[in-house]
Every structure is written in structure tokens, then in C-alpha cells.
Design a protein. Sequence first.
Lengths: 212, 220
Amino acid sequence: MTGFVCNRPVLLTLLATLLLVTACSTHVVVQGSVPTPLVAKIPARVGIYYSDEFRNFVHQEKIDQEGSFQVDFGDQNLSFFQNLMDALFSPAIALDKLPAEGEPLENLDGLLVPEITRFGFLTPDISGLGFYSVSIHYRLTLYDRQNHKVTDWTVVGYGKSESSAFGSNKALSDATMLAIRDGGARIAIEMSEQPAVRKWLETLQPASGARP
Amino acid sequence: MTAVRALPVLGLLTLIAGCANTRVEESRTANTGLGVDEAIVILGRASYNDRETEASFTECISRALSVGDNPIRLIPEDQFKDQLYPWFEPRTAPNSADDLARLFAQPGVQERIEEARVRYLAWIEGDTVTTDKGGSLSCTISTFGGGCFGMSYWEEDASYEASVWDLQNLTTAGEISADANGTSYLAGLVLPIPIMARPGNAACKALAAQLRNFLTEEEG
């Protein structure tokens, strides 16, 4: 008992240090469900190239007064996009490597390359609101059969999640997942409405006439 | 020993709940009724401004409707949104029942809704805000012990509205609103003693009870 009393200040100091270290570092691995979009398929055989950066996206940031943050997309972003592309194109074929520049595509109507160009988030302390909010900028570049660029466009996904006293990791993870979902929803709905995509689809009509 | 004697007193004090005044209003535009196996979905209206319906509030409504003598079959919000992705995300969800026809024209949407036997959607909109606060409470802790002294209070206003859409007739069946306000106190008598009004909880219970009556009323 005496030993405990003597060591109590040391224990308290250690505990306080541990709390401070934990409070200054946030590591989030994004988790959530991966729904299959309910949209009309685009009748085109499209190759999708996911770069290593896209497959394993990790955002690291250090914020004054808030500490360091690491947001790891884990498998969620890739799984989400694979599901999305499978639902959008008939069929979508994942490519292991990017076809050489200017070289016509083999047995494909087009090539789509999704990228994450920007990731940003706000903590409740920064925004003054009771939410973690996240934005993800996706850029999608479409190439035709000749491997010429048809168009590229940016889609911004937003997500926000209520913060709680001991649930900042979950709130940031949820907000990121909601941003992925939001970006995916816009891509699913707006892809075939892009004027350049419509033009590209018109060029496919003769070739895809045999398709159901 | 003193702490042991104080326990019953503290227990009694925590049982004293603050009062919350509640007002419920209903506006019906169509007859309602729930058939066997028909379900409803409670959805929180999300937005990208600084306020939105708390997830805890829609969960509270769902819990209240799914229990009792006459439980209502509910499809969880997340499950429904996944099954109908991307049509019920914050920026793609229909804003009014007039948009339902357009939504039902999308491939697979009507089939999914019919398969799940979803008859009604109840969109919940609103939030709980602190309208006033004051008082003073301080707590200290040292190696010799600690305690809290003083009293603080805060007044909250909970205002929510449920808009009920009939997915069979693709119309708005009606709207129900619940407003509750109350003042909570935190008294420091060595230990902090909360006396909570919980207007959010009062609004949830009132809205859920009214919603249950609204939905299960026989079709005329």
C-alpha cells in the first residue's frame, strides 16, 4: 500500500502522458457497407485502371493544436469503385496496367481512369460545428478505342458525421465513407449525362449494335 | 460511510427528472393503413449545412415504433439506403412526394421497394438546440479528493417534423410535428447531480406515438 502511495504521482504522470499522446494522434481505417448501385448499365465494354495510389489511398495531415491524422481508405474505396463500375458498364474490366499512350485499346470500347486528386477534412474544433466533414475530389478520365482522351471531369463527394466525446475516429471514418458514397452516387447518376460521354456512346452504336 | 448514507439520497435526486413541455400537431392529406407484412422506413433528412436531424433521434423513433402491443415492421435506414443506392443519398434523395414518380421510373427501384414491402417513408426533419444556459459549477480534484459545487442550467428546444409519403399511391399522406422544450440542471453537491429535462426524448416519444396512430388508422 505504501508502495502504491509513493508511486501514485509517477503513475498519474504516465497516465497523463499516455492520454496526451493518444489525443494528438488519430489513425482511422475507413469501414462501411459497399452497396451495388441501382442504375441502368451503359452498353460499353470499358477497361478500368486503378492506380496503386487509388487502390491504397492514405491521407496524412498534421494540424496545429489538433495533432496528426492518418485516414486510411483500406479496401473500401477500391471495393466501392469496383462495385460501382460493374454496375455502370456492360461489362467493366479491371486492367492490371495502363495501356501504352496512343496505342489503340484491345477489345475495349473505352478506358476509364479514376483518381483521387484531393482529400480534405474539418474537425469540429476547426469548423465550430458538431461534425467531422470530409470532401474527396475524384477525377475521372475517359479514353476512346483509339486511346485518345474523350473527356475528364471532377466529382466532389461530401460527407459529415456527428462527433462524440470519445468517438472521433468513428466520426471521421463515417464522414469519409459518406463522402465516398456521395461521390459514387454522383458518378453513377451523372456519368451517362456528360455531353462528351454521350458523344462517345454515339460513336459506339454501330459496333455495339450486336450487343443486347 | 458518509458516501454510503448519501447513496439513497442521490438515487432519489437523479430520479427527479426535469419537466419538458411537448406539443404535437398533425396534418393529414390522405387515409392511411398498414397491411400485413407492410413496412415503413424512418429516414433522417440530411443536409450539408450546420444542422441536421441527429441519427440518435431517428433511432429513437424506430425503437419506439418497433415495440409495444402493436409493433410496426421497420426496415433499417442503412439497409434501405444500401438497397436503393444511389437514390437516397443526401444529395440525390427525393425532396418531395412529387419526385417519387420520377424515382420509380429508375430501373429496379420500384421492384426493390415492392420486394421489401415498404408502404411508407417517414422523413424526419429537425433538431434539438440549446436556447439558453447559465449558472456556475466548478469541480476540483486533488490528491486529497475532490468535489463539485454550484449549479448550472441549460434550456433546450426540440423541434421535429415527420413527413409521411405513401409509396403505394406516390403521394404525401400527411405531416406530424412535435415540439418540446425544457430546462435541465446540474447541481454540484460534492458529486454532480443531473436533473435532466430531455426534450429530445420527449419529442421522440410524442412523435412516435402520433406516427403510430397516424399509420395504423384504418383506411376510410
